[in-house]
Design a protein around this ligand. Structure first.
Ligand code: NDP
Ligand code: GDR
Length: 372
């Protein structure tokens, strides 16, 4: 009998997948991940976990697969025989879902159904526990504050609507077939591994580059949107805890504290010693440098943030604030990283990357004389 627990993660190459894989490997798990075929490398976030398959004792495995391909999911699950499945794979960008609604539904909604059906078809319901990456985007336009497990849903994007299906099909398979299946309703969580087009990472990356004189201006959409931002490293622990309980339930995972996009910009700029003054209103609004640190390339009075209507969404989720008290009570979980620490960690990481890029540029990597 195999005493080592085996986990299968879809979306292992994403932000959460990478943190969760690290977490489970540390706990002694054998970790299998589903990665998509791409024309260039897409495993940057998990490369440090790679183990040479020619050596013994390997506990980290990647399988080619896609949530839009049922036969492939059935084959992987049959082969891996996982004790736990974490369904993190998704087209996860809200704005992109307005441009690719059908693909988003196919991956995020139908992909979840395909996973659950694979467990059922293979008769693995008695063995395999299932985690579904549900989201605070389910609440969308709801006015009830803060949002808990009892708050009704009102999604505002093709992404949110697809995730609504995934939420309910997970509940349905739990009730209909007795699967141990849970929804983690996670509020926004970020990290230095966050995709570069989500607002927090976009801000820290751009400010670092502006600070080093590599870019001039950061273009954003709705500065007044409010989010409950936590750290991804803390949140993946809650995903695991949900699958270790006596019975399957759904949980809100959040910090319980909310900030605006504008406050995130101010906090990130503050880490660089830059003070931003906000002038104008609506789409005219911009941030100019109020005071610049001595070692900075940013000049006082320079416009470094501007509003670009392209980044406004057809339907916006204005404000989200989670009530994580059930998770604290039943899972013993709470967010360890506060907003300031999160902003600082992301800002420092992007500053390091920007310094590396600046060095590459100044060392003339692109120069024909590079090898001389
Ligand atoms: P990322 O966008 O960083 O990662 C998404 C992962 O899904 C990537 O590995 C991606 O692969 C993979 N993927 C995309 N499409 C497919 C597909 N068709 N088949 C298989 N895999 C696919 O997301 P996060 O790590 O931030 O989020 C993880 C999950 O949690 C997602 O489901 C997201 O919707 C949900 N969520 C996230 C929150 C957050 O704040 N981060 C909050 C609440 C929920 P590739 O690398 O090749 O693109
Ligand atoms: P969100 O995250 O939509 O909450 O979804 P995102 O960081 O994209 O947006 C947060 C808020 O910032 C506003 N915003 C901008 N957003 C982006 N991306 N780019 C901009 O330039 C910009 N300017 C302002 C947005 O309008 C929004 O209000 C994330 C994803 O990880 C989902 O997968 C997850 O389910 C939810 O969090 C919880």
């Amino acid at each position: 009998m195999n005493l080592v627990k085996r986990a299968l993660i879809s979306g292992i190459t994403g932000q959460d997948g990478a943190y969760l894989a690290e977490f489970l490997l540390e706990k002694g798990y054998e970790v299998h991940g589903i990665k998509r075929r791409a024309s260039s490398f897409n495993t940057e976030r998990v490369n440090h976990l790679y183990q040479d398959p020619h050596e013994t004792g390997q506990r980290f495995f990647l399988h080619y697969g896609d949530l839009t391909d049922a036969t492939n999911l059935i084959r992987i699950i049959q082969q891996v025989q996982p004790d736990e499945i974490y369904n993190l794979g998704a087209q996860s960008h809200v704005q992109v879902s307005f441009e690719t609604p059908e693909y988003t539904a196919n991956t995020d909604a139908m992909g979840t159904l395909r996973m659950l059906e694979a467990i059922r078809i293979l008769g693995m319901g008695h063995k395999t526990r299932f985690y579904q990456a549900s989201t605070s985007e389910l609440y969308g336009k709801v006015q009830q504050v803060p949002q808990s497990e009892a708050t009704p849903f009102y999604p505002r994007s093709p992404y949110g609507v697809a995730k609504l299906y995934a939420y309910w099909i997970t509940v349905n398979y739990r009730e209909a077939y007795g699967l141990y299946a849970c929804n983690g309703i996670l509020f926004n969580h970020e990290s230095p591994r966050r995709g570069e087009t989500f607002v927090t990472r976009k801000i820290t990356r751009a400010l670092a580059r502006i600070h080093l004189g590599q870019e001039d201006c950061l273009h954003l959409g709705n500065l007044d949107a409010r989010r409950d931002w936590g750290h991804a490293r803390d949140f993946v622990e809650a995903q695991w805890l949900m699958l270790q309980q006596d019975s399957p339930e759904d949980f809100v995972i959040a910090t319980g504290i909310q900030h605006s996009v504008r406050e995130f910009v101010d906090g990130a700029a503050g880490e660089l010693g830059i003070c931003i003054e906000w002038v104008g209103s609506g789409v005219e609004e911009r941030g100019i440098v109020d005071s610049a640190p001595p070692d900075s390339a940013v000049k006082c009075g320079q416009r470094i943030v501007a509003i670009d209507p392209r980044y406004f969404r057809p339907a916006e989720v204005e404000t989200l604030l989670g009530d994580p008290s059930k998770a604290r009570r039943q899972l013993g979980w709470h967010a360890r990283t506060d907003f300031k620490e999160l902003v600082r960690e992301m800002m420092l990481a992007d500053l390091q990357l920007a310094r590396r890029d600046a060095l590459v540029n100044s060392a003339g990597y692109a120069s024909p004389n590079h090898h001389e």
